[in-house]
Write a protein that binds this ligand. Sequence first.
Ligand code: AMP
Length: 134
Amino acid sequence: MKTVFEMIIDGDIPSVKLYEDDVCLVILDINPIQKGHALVISKKPYPRFTESPCQELSHMMEVAKKVDLKMREALKAEGTNIMINNDPASGQEVPHLHIHVIPRYKDDGKGFILNKDKYSEGEINQFGEKLCLK
Ligand code: AMP
């Protein structure tokens, strides 16, 4: 079954397109965290970040940078959140690679979207050992 983003890419359902090339499409999110919230969507339906080739991710990041700069110029954004949700546990609803680019303002009252955790004494070093890539 097609994802909603495949349907958009195939023209089955409408979207507000900001940019398109061979690798990706940029549209406005219909349910924005802030008006102007954009999605950089891969043309190929990789279900997750983890399965996506670095070459395509790298290109999509270049495009996300351009979207960021445009938001600063056209919407007077003072910052952005650049975000990829990866798997339902992270909040990913559409299993098709996409990068969120969300315009932000100093006083927009949205804060950071995730609650912070706290390490107990010495615990940060245990996590350092578990996650070390060497
Ligand atoms: P995620 O939760 O990271 O998978 O993000 C999926 C995003 O797609 C959500 O922010 C939705 O609001 C957005 N979305 C879902 N359907 C559409 C649509 N038809 N057009 C534009 N954005 C959509």
